[in-house]
Design a protein around this ligand. Structure first.
Ligand SMILES: Nc1ncnc2c1ncn2[C@@H]1O[C@H](COP(=O)(O)OP(=O)(O)OP(=O)(O)O)[C@@H](O)[C@H]1O
Ligand SMILES: [Mg+2]
Length: 354
């Protein structure tokens, strides 16, 4: 089969910064106080690259992705900093600016396909709609493109699938439909939020391979959100590790695995099962709890759970700085891995006992 040509890549530069985040904060007003879900993220995403966003549950991966898309609740959100997409400022941008970017410039695959597909609308209509709205395709053109997209995401018998409703599809098929919708208008950037978490490992591998292939063919920029460092190792060029609403380590993927600097990243890596583990081994969780995002601790947010933490870590917050021997490798840590001996966690600290 000859593969369809990219829809929207003509005349674009192949390299350079695409998404530039500067001190991005997204806080939610709640009864308990302000939840600092994203709390000062500075990060540049280069065109055509695959960037992994990793971290434990609650570290702010989804909120950061939704902040970039401008898909946040309308009420009770306090935002600051700068998010530039191809130079256009998105924080506090009018809805019309965001609308002009959705679909063609940036698209998102959501964490849960069942809540983001419309249960009352046939699959074909859900894919055709953005084609008609954003690309002005006629009904017949949109139908052809839809079939082509379903073929591209390897959905068998696409012409028959068009008439089905989401509940008639398996989890893997629904996720493929979500990806087809996201790819429909040939986005410059795709934000994929845990696109495979709910799926079994075989389907997971197929979907990730599909995303990587689409990215290469279209020179698409991919932000791949996951809690799985194994996925990151295989499918990304760079990684940003999030903890407590902040990026705590950022590096080219190979460098991150070769020389992990941040103790939190090291702890995440320990939780990857190896081929020697018996099947169904439970992942080693990191002891302790993530920080309270309403009243985060004063020093390093990981200090209470960190085997290397010293007094300074509990008192002073380290900022994200470039490593002296690798300017592309950034970490926020006073005592990076390999510089001090591990110590016993403070038993008096309630956060240290899980
Ligand atoms: N609308 C909201 N109102 C209040 N708090 C919120 C809201 N949305 C998210 N949060 C909080 O923000 C923090 C970050 O959430 P987020 O969903 O980004 O985590 P995540 O890294 O995507 O986790 P997971 O791996 O479980 O998907 C969490 O503490 C969450 O409870
Ligand atoms: Mg999430």
């Amino acid at each position: 089969m000859t593969r369809p040509r990219p829809l929207q890549t003509a005349g674009r530069p192949a390299e350079g910064p695409l998404i530039e985040l500067t001190d991005v904060r997204t806080h939610f007003a709640t009864e308990r106080g302000l939840v600092r879900a994203v709390d000062g993220v500075t990060l540049t995403i280069q065109r055509g690259r695959a960037v992994g966003l990793v971290g434990e549950s609650g570290s702010g991966k989804t909120v950061l992705s939704r902040s970039i898309m401008g898909l946040l609740p309308r009420r009770g959100v306090v935002r600051s900093g700068s998010i530039r997409f191809e130079g256009t400022e998105l924080i506090d941008a009018p809805r019309s600016t965001l609308r002009s970017l959705w679909g063609r410039e940036m698209a998102m695959v959501f964490q849960d396909p069942m809540t983001s597909l419309n249960p009352l609308m046939r699959v074909g209509e859900q894919i055709a709609e953005p084609l008609r709205i954003h690309l002005g395709q006629s009904r017949a053109e949109a139908r052809d493109t839809t079939i082509r997209l379903l073929t591209e995401v390897r959905i068998p018998s696409p012409a028959e699938r068009l008439r089905q409703y989401p509940y008639e599809l398996s989890g893997g098929m629904r996720q493929r439909v979500m990806i087809a919708i996201a790819l429909a208008c040939g986005p410059t950037a795709l934000l994929a939020d845990e696109p495979t978490t709910a799926l079994d490992v075989t389907v997971q591998a197929q979907i990730l391979a599909l995303l990587s292939e689409e990215r290469r063919e279209r020179n698409m920029t991919l932000v791949l959100v996951t809690h799985d460092l194994g996925v990151v190792a295989r499918h990304t060029d760079e990684v940003a590790v999030m903890y407590g609403g902040k990026v705590v380590e950022r590096a080219p993927t190979a460098a991150l695995f070769r020389r992990t600097r941040m103790p939190y990243t090291e702890a995440l890596m320990r939780s990857i099962p190896t081929v020697d583990d018996p099947p169904h081994t439970r992942l080693a969780a990191i002891p302790g709890r993530p920080p309270d995002l309403v009243e985060p601790p004063p020093g390093c947010r990981f200090a209470a759970r960190c085997a290397y933490a010293r007094e300074r870590c509990h008192a002073e917050e380290p900022s994200l700085v470039a490593s002296s021997d690798d300017p592309d490798h950034h970490y926020a840590c006073w005592y990076p891995v390999g510089t001090v001996e591990p110590v016993a966690l403070r038993p008096a600290d309630p956060a240290a006992v899980g």
